[in-house]
Design a protein around this ligand. Structure first.
Ligand SMILES: [Zn+2]
Length: 84
């Protein structure tokens, strides 16, 4: 059965998502970044979400506002739920 590994994959994604905004701000240690990049290589849904997150952050920067981390993680979580 594959439900077990699906669940594990989701847990990895959620863990990654919690760090994505720090990753974009380059606030993470090098080996954490590597772990995220490794996951992104193997996980197209997460790559899509990162693209969306990047756009959101750039949009906020262009408008001179700071992205709110809790708002970003809410968006990311709802995106992940749609992938299930
Ligand atoms: Zn993932």
């Amino acid at each position: 059965m594959s439900s077990e590994s699906d669940h594990k994959h989701n847990a990895a994604c959620l863990e990654l998502f919690a760090k994505l905004s720090e990753y974009l701000d380059q606030e993470l240690e090098a080996d954490t970044c590597e772990k995220i990049e490794q996951h992104l290589k193997e996980c197209p849904p997460c790559r899509n979400c990162l693209q969306t997150l990047k756009r959101t952050v750039e949009l906020c920067k262009a408008m001179g506002t700071k992205p709110v981390p809790s708002e970003l993680s809410r968006r990311l979580r709802s995106m992940l739920e749609q992938l299930r």
